[in-house]
Ligand binder design. Structure first.
Ligand SMILES: Cc1ncc(COP(=O)(O)O)c(C=O)c1O
Length: 371
């Protein structure tokens, strides 16, 4: 599905130099590389405050902690996402209010978001699934009108642009109240372990986030609020500074590979290629097909027999997970997400896909549908 070793080999000299410098300097926690990377990512994202942390799940948790929500407050998010998005809501004693996704881009269905808002709704967490933007223009209008915070889950979409109808373009993760991302190795900007970051334009909120990620302290051993320990370590920051310099090239490589898959697969009856949201660029964290007519699992098996990996992101929506089950969400409550869980299939997608590999994959899929 990914080829991190080949990606590493291409930039090994740069990575070795950065890692060795950090290793020899010995400041393994909060070394200068962490600050430098935060500044570089801020510049890349258009000048927002960037606070690195230990992983993407922590970023989401810290964001919600910084908004000072109270147990019982409601947070709306999509039922079709990775578990981390909703897990942190529940962990903080908040109520995850799940809604369905739109059938084209698999992001929050805004009509359902509006219908789910109550006086207890304090935040909405859109997920930019697979690498392209949710409807941020519509969502920000709904949230701003009601004074509700927006926490963007940008774990899969770092680097993508969102264009508002009046023409302004912003990077995903910098539009809402706070943006969160993950640097898990297979992410579009990945390190050599765990890592994450929060982004915000609000200086006071940035200060609060920084404090919460550091045991609730601004001054050493003076704890103003309950925080946690969530740090990006120095070696990971050194890796990320190198990889950030290549992120645009990586996004372009993913887009080129996606176009090539599109060209080979879009005529096949029973297969739906990924729709592009005209308001957003797509950085293709995943290239995800919809396989119709109940043939998804057979196609997956056919690919496996040809030595081609594929993955199902995600096999169950959150409301069908035992951990999130509730009378509020009977089976059939969110038909789009439920159907997607039976149809989605992600193909290998990374920066090192060659035309030969892609042709092999495309021909195997064509054979499945035409023989
Ligand atoms: C949509 C989404 N949110 C949150 C996360 C959590 O990130 P991490 O694995 O760094 O904790 C991920 C990572 O898989 C993700 O895909």
């Amino acid at each position: 599905m990914v080829d991190l070793a080949s990606q590493h080999a291409r930039i090994q000299t740069e990575l070795d130099a950065a890692l060795l410098t950090a290793a020899h300097a010995g400041a393994y926690i909060q070394g200068p590389e962490v600050k430098a990377f935060a500044q570089e990512l801020s510049d890349y994202l258009g000048g927002v405050h960037v606070i690195p942390c230990a992983n993407g799940t922590d970023a989401l948790q810290i964001a919600l902690m910084a908004l000072d929500l109270k147990p019982g407050d409601e947070v709306i998010t999509a039922t079709f996402t990775y578990v981390a998005t909703a897990e942190v809501i529940a962990l903080l004693g908040l109520i995850p209010v799940l809604v369905d996704v739109d059938p084209a881009f698999f992001a929050l269905d805004l009509r359902q978001v509006e219908a789910a808002i109550t006086p207890k709704t304090k935040a909405i967490v859109p997920v930019h699934l697979y690498g392209q933007g949710a409807d941020m223009e519509g969502l920000m209008a709904i949230a701003n009108q009601r004074g509700i915070a927006v926490v963007e889950d940008t774990a899969q979409a770092i680097g993508a642009h969102y264009r508002f109808s009046q023409g302004t373009a912003m990077r995903l993760g910098t539009i809402g109240t706070i943006g969160c991302t993950s640097f898990f190795p297979s992410k579009n900007l990945g390190c050599m372990g765990d890592g994450g970051a929060l982004m915000t334009r609000d200086a006071d909120l940035a200060e609060r986030v920084r404090m919460i990620a550091n045991h609730g302290q601004k001054v050493k051993y003076r704890h103003d609020v309950i925080g946690c320990n969530s740090r990006l370590d120095t070696l990971q920051a050194a890796v990320l500074s190198v990889k950030l310099r290549h992120l645009e090239t990586y996004s372009n490589a993913r887009q080129t590979a996606a176009d090539r898959y599109d060209a080979g697969l879009d005529q096949l009856e029973g297969l739906v290629i990924p729709a592009r949201n005209p308001a957003s660029t797509h950085v293709f964290h995943q290239y995800t097909l919809q396989v119709k007519n109940g043939q998804r699992d057979a196609l997956k098996a056919h690919l496996e027999a040809a030595g081609i990996p594929s993955m199902i992101y995600y096999p169950w929506p959150l409301h069908e997970q035992p951990a999130f089950a509730s009378d509020r969400y009977p089976q059939g409550a969110f038909p789009v997400a439920e159907q997607l869980c039976h149809e989605v299939l992600s193909l290998p997608m990374h920066t090192e896909l060659t035309e030969d590999i892609q042709d092999y994959i495309i021909h195997a899929i064509q054979r499945f549908f035409t023989s």
